[in-house]
Design a protein around this ligand. Structure first.
Ligand SMILES: [Zn+2]
Length: 144
């Protein structure tokens, strides 16, 4: 299965490695994710909801005394998706974000992981890493 991404003529974003397209990802994906366009719509909806609900659950479980603040900060980290504005189309449910968008690249994810060590940035780092994990599950679905 080939995959192409529409890119602005200026070439702001080039097609890059898609980390979800490996044979291992495919083997994991097939039993987990049903095939078909309706399943894809449902999966996209669940994915978007998860971006709101998973940080909320993490806030309640691990930042109980200030869960509203923690959830708000983690929701704010969804602004990391502003890097989608560099791509054309801006939203493509069949595009794996990880490794494609600059703020979803592996070096960026490494920076988010390192930021866990800094108490001042920890909530932001947790929010960004949850975001990357959820986007990663979407890449896994696309590997089907
Ligand atoms: Zn994202």
């Amino acid at each position: 299965m080939g995959f192409t991404f529409a890119v602005r003529p200026r070439g702001v974003l080039q097609q890059s490695k898609c980390y979800g397209k490996s044979k291992i990802a495919h083997a994991i994906s097939v039993p987990l994710f049903p095939a078909g366009p309706i399943a894809a719509v449902i999966a996209t909806t669940v994915h978007l909801l998860a971006h709101v609900l998973v940080p909320g659950a993490v806030a309640l479980l691990f930042f109980r005394s200030r869960w509203r603040y923690a959830w708000l900060v983690m929701l704010a980290t969804m602004m990391v998706d502003l890097d989608h504005l560099l791509a054309d189309p801006v939203f493509d449910p069949e595009r794996c974000s990880i490794g494609f968008h600059p703020l979803h690249s592996l070096p960026a994810i490494l920076v988010y992981a390192l930021a866990l060590a800094l108490p001042l940035l920890r909530l932001v780092a947790v929010g960004l890493l949850i975001h990357m994990g959820l986007d990663g599950t979407d890449c896994l679905r696309q590997a089907r």
